[in-house]
Design a protein around this ligand. Structure first.
Ligand SMILES: [Zn+2]
Ligand SMILES: [Zn+2]
Length: 248
């Protein structure tokens, strides 16, 4: 199959899907949008109603430079799900489709929906959505609608960091810092951008706390008092982790 055949087929499929997406979710009733890269949620709203959707960022088309940039190639895109779109990149490499294998290139207005359609072909979802911000057209693959209580649960796990903005929270003992190495014990092995189960949080403590934890066979009241667990943002957490675990 050539690239044009593939894109044509994907676009036809998306057109059908868009009709039911717009009708079933009353998409055209909402005149405003807001998206949050930390929660990967798109909020559509008007004066009286709102709806939330989980999205995967597909990419952006710049009307000023007439270029396309895939989300996986975009450093400003912090959504972890952008890496899901690498499946298209790999397919592009295997089949020599440059528009899929390259991250950034000259393009035109038609490409955005084509790429969103292709993303749907590979990743599924319930529709596509485009927002325009200044000279940028930003394309999203909409994966599912989220109910308000689900949105609240996701947002409750965010923290506003002065340095890193509003992102996921993490828990650390008061002794962990970025100046003096104190050791770094974790509730479970972690890595940057890790997807957590609903009941899980990033949690870490120092060697001293760990000693007491072993002595007390768990988190005793005394240890809780000593540890004085505090909240930091996810990125601060990993900065502290890297500082404490790097080789001399
Ligand atoms: Zn500690
Ligand atoms: Zn931070």
């Amino acid at each position: 199959m050539t690239y044009s055949d593939l894109a044509y087929e994907a676009l036809e499929n998306l057109k059908t899907l868009q009709e039911s997406f717009r009708k079933d979710y009353h998409i055209d009733d909402y005149s405003h949008w807001f998206y949050n890269q930390s929660t990967e949620l798109l909020r559509l709203y008007n004066a009286s109603e709102e709806a939330y959707f989980k999205y995967i960022p597909v990419g952006t088309y710049s009307k000023s430079s007439k270029t396309w940039m895939w989300a996986w190639d975009n450093e400003d895109s912090v959504e972890q799900s952008k890496y899901d779109t690498l499946v298209l990149q790999h397919y592009g490499v295997d089949n020599d489709f440059e528009k899929l294998s390259n991250g950034y290139f000259d393009s035109d207005e038609c490409d955005g929906w084509k790429f969103t359609a292709l993303a749907h072909q590979f990743l599924g979802g319930i529709g596509g959505y485009k927002v325009t911000s200044d000279h940028l057209e930003i394309y999203f693959l909409i994966m599912e609608k989220k109910e308000l209580h689900e949105v609240k649960a996701i947002e409750a796990k965010l923290i506003e960091c002065e340095v890193h903005g509003e992102i996921r929270r993490a828990f650390i003992c008061q002794h962990l810092n970025r100046e003096v190495k104190t050791g770094f014990e974790e509730a479970f092995p972690t890595y940057r951008g890790m997807v957590l189960e609903e009941d899980d949080d990033f949690q870490a403590w120092c060697d001293e706390c760990e000693k007491i934890r072993i002595q007390h066979d768990g988190w005793s009241d005394e240890l809780m008092e000593f540890a004085e667990i505090k909240l930091v943002c996810e990125r601060c957490y990993f900065e502290i982790k890297e500082f404490n675990t790097e080789e001399e």
